[in-house]
Design a protein. Structure first.
Lengths: 244, 244
DNA sequence: GCCGGGGTTTGACCACGGTCAAAACCGCGC
DNA sequence: GCGCGGTTTTGACCGTGGTCAAACCCCGGC
């Protein structure tokens, strides 16, 4: 990718990217875009199951999902795993690596994906000259933090059904923001991943999908989940802690 | 606080502050400190139980704890609460407010506290001229994110005993970094707060404290917790997911 | 001193969800 | 077509931790 890329092409390919979100008042100018583009000239295509960066690797860059889906997780010394998040196009990854110069988690694809690499050194240079970019970066990081908070809230909800309902609704909302059909979800992650993310057993997740299907809330077929009654789904979420 | 403050005094009063942590390679120069100091001229003293900022208030500033302790939490429409974190001296709060221009959570003191207010507008100006400060701010935010990840890991650990053990160890580590005695903790939060933070019932937390006391790991008396056998505590934490 | 109330501890009970196990299903290669 | 492996579903059982309830303790005010 050259830094002379025509702006329209750039908009098309990166229009949804969190870093220069045009819908925001803090959006960036065309010049800013070109500067940013120069720092992000690496587009990494990755197959399913590939590791973008492993936990412990020296920090060097932030990553933005362009297409596909990834998960980030931490792995304990005894092989126990906790999934931290699922990352869809526009999401940023790797910020946690700044504090200790090493990535605190692993990022791995859930399906064929394409990822934008923003070398931190170059990003730093770019932000020094572009206050708007700097602010935008802060906003994106803030968003990542709020996303995690929302994950935390979900883990705190005692009842398993609420957790799953909450999870599905969040996915639906995220799909909506990506202009995908928010009622016909194709979940890129396995039941095991969902269960781990929610702090449940995978059998429980499977059973809950079944229960919600009999209740007429969803129709479920493997990775494909259709929301039939959004109102009932909201009800299952219960006393709502909404954010983001 | 004037911006002509003598540097030593500044170091003494804010030396542990996350924003200009002298122990870090990215530490700031004396000049930087003065500039930063100008942006942070408000020191807020707060009584126990007071709200620093409520969920939903328009974003305007970041806050750094100078003394005391606070908790942040989100509140659902039906009054359900999830505590997101406990904040000790040096910790930053309020970053989540950047993304939507409103604080996504409430910050409330657990005891008499003093807090540093960093107006965001001024902070932005300051960072524009001080790359080192900007980087440092990024690092601090990254740290907050990793802290949350570690909370997430803790919520994912199935067994209640592990969660509490993990929690106590984290508190001990944080105390150590504040040069307090890491083996004689005075916990500023109630059992209810701990339970909520860990996603457990408060009775369970109480029982677990009891069990760990009989096991000779701790001696517990209300808010005072003494770690008698750090090795046993580590053992209870089990297959360790360590970060931060 | 006495009393009152919030936080904490302890007890008894039971249900939700975890665990183990087997079956079913689906995609994929041969 | 067939058979294999991984994922998902379903079933039976049981244990951890939640819920309800009462007792307790500590600190304050009077």
């Amino acid at each position: 990718m050259t830094s002379d890329l025509d702006l329209d092409e750039l908009r098309r390919s990166c229009g949804y990217c969190a870093i220069h979100d045009f819908r925001l008042p803090a959006g960036l100018s065309a010049d800013d875009l070109h500067t940013l583009n120069a720092t992000a000239r690496d587009m990494l295509p990755l197959d399913r199951g590939q590791t973008l960066f492993p936990q412990g690797r020296k920090f060097g860059a932030l990553y933005v999902v362009r297409a596909g889906a990834l998960k980030t997780f931490v792995e304990g010394s005894e092989g126990d795993v906790q999934i931290l998040g699922f990352h869809l196009p526009g999401d940023i990854m790797g910020i946690g690596g700044l504090i200790n110069e090493h990535y605190p988690c692993t990022a791995q694809t859930l399906e064929r994906s394409s990822v934008c690499e923003l070398r931190y050194a170059q990003l730093q240079e770019a932000t020094a000259n572009l206050p708007a970019l700097n602010h935008q970066l802060m906003r994106v990081i803030s968003g990542a933090l709020v996303d995690e908070q929302s994950h935390l809230v979900l883990m705190g909800k005692q009842q398993a059904q609420r957790r799953l309902a909450f999870f599905i609704r969040r996915m639906s909302d995220r799909y909506a923001r990506l202009s995908r059909d928010p009622l016909a979800l194709i979940l890129p992650m396995s039941r095991e991943d969902i269960a781990n993310y929610l702090g449940l057993a995978l059998e429980t997740v499977s059973r809950l999908f079944g229960r919600m299907e009999s209740a007429g809330v969803l129709s479920v077929n493997r990775k494909s989940v259709r929301i039939l009654r959004r109102d009932l789904l909201d009800e299952l979420c219960g006393g709502d802690i909404d954010m983001a």
